[in-house]
Design a protein around this ligand. Sequence first.
Ligand code: FES
Length: 85
Amino acid sequence: AQAPRPRRGVVAVRAEAAGAGGGINPAIRKEEDKVVDTVLTGELAKPLTAYCRCWRSGTFPLCNGAHVKHNKATGDNVGPLLVKK
Ligand code: FES
């Protein structure tokens, strides 16, 4: 059977083990029970802002390009979420 296609506007995320304990987040804000960020689009400084979805950015939640190194090392294909003002 073929997997159902995601609905338009719906993002599917598949978590893979990132360390001995599993999970997708290797190091960001581990002291928090859950990493949640809120973006008020009206307060964005730039017309286009890139937010990290690979959990490797040194400027999380903003993308700093670390996904390029991750993709090269793992064969993954992750990239940022682009938010337009
Ligand atoms: Fe994580 Fe770019 S650094 S998506």
